[in-house]
Design a binder for this molecule. Structure first.
Ligand code: HPA
Length: 279
């Protein structure tokens, strides 16, 4: 975990991946979307799509989680050039946060200005039912680390980047407009990132509610921090797949999370399309 990182080597690795992807038809994308659990099919909705399996991109980390395909699709949607990432590396898989955010760095170097991060999350806010789509207004980082730890790479961004507006107001409003236009309901709230992979205890959920979190998950925050470090605009949307631990007497299951994510994917995709249309 605490081994020194060779910053310039990391930069070169990111550059090599960005170079390969930038040479493909459809690049550079206007917007990139990281697809959370169950949403991978969204990439299938892009036209003129060019698919690159992660294994074919130099230095790109693989994700082993069931439900994540592991491919980058460059294509078009609503007149915009879109990069859709089906599958992401997670901190709980044992990757360090540099590796977790490698893809975000590559997208930044490719010139992507807007990054949409999606995920599945547990509902801490008691008004959230499974299937609720929550626009992330802000986040709390409880990962115990930060992807910007280590020597700063000035070619990426500043040493102490501001995090006052991680999730762009303009994009959050645009999500509301897209939802209204498409007859969808969205909630808003604060996302807290925890390390995982175990789900939380009921006491932890009470703690997270007390500190102001509405939804809990194991991703998104590292990518958002790195995207802001590079000056990208970020939108985050959570699919609330389950009431968080202790809200109901039943235990949590990954299968339940996947099932709800799959059930809502049509609405989620429609919302994303509406957001992209408005960019
Ligand atoms: N906790 C953490 N991560 C999650 C959850 C949860 O309840 N549901 C989906 N991802």
């Amino acid at each position: 975990m605490n081994r020194p990182v060779d910053e310039s080597r990391y930069f070169q690795d990111v550059e090599a991946a960005a170079r390969l992807l930038t040479s493909q038809p459809g690049a550079p994308p206007d917007v990139a979307i990281v697809l959370g659990s169950g949403l991978g099919d969204f990439a299938g909705g892009l036209t003129d799509a060019v698919t690159t399996p992660y294994a074919e991109i130099p230095n790109w980390p693989a994700s082993a989680v069931v439900g994540h395909a592991g491919k980058l699709v460059l294509g078009s949607l609503a007149g915009k050039r879109v990069a859709a990432l089906a599958g992401r590396a997670h901190f709980y898989e044992g990757h360090d946060l540099r590796t977790v955010t490698f893809a975000t760095r590559v997208l930044g170097l490719m010139g992507v200005k807007t990054l949409i991060l999606t995920n599945a999350a547990g509902g801490i806010n008691l008004s959230f039912k499974p299937g609720t789509l929550m626009v992330i207004d802000d986040h709390i980082n409880l990962l115990g680390s930060n992807p910007l730890v280590g020597a700063n790479e000035d070619r990426f961004g500043a040493r102490f980047p501001d995090m006052t507006n991680v999730y762009a107001k303009r994009l959050r409003e645009s999500a509301d407009e897209a939802a209204a236009a498409r007859g969808l309901r969205v909630a808003h709230g604060v996302y807290v990132a925890v390390h995982g992979p175990s789900y939380e205890t009921p006491a932890e959920i009470r703690f997270l509610r007390t500190i102001g979190a509405d939804a809990v998950g194991m991703s998104t925050v590292p990518e958002a921090l790195v995207a802001r470090h590079m000056g990208m605009e970020v939108l985050g949307i959570s699919c609330i797949t389950n009431p968080a631990a202790g809200v109901l007497p039943e235990p949590l299951h990954h299968e339940e999370v996947m099932e709800v994510a799959r059930r809502v994917k049509g609405e989620f995709s429609s919302l994303l399309e509406g957001v992209i249309e408005r960019l």
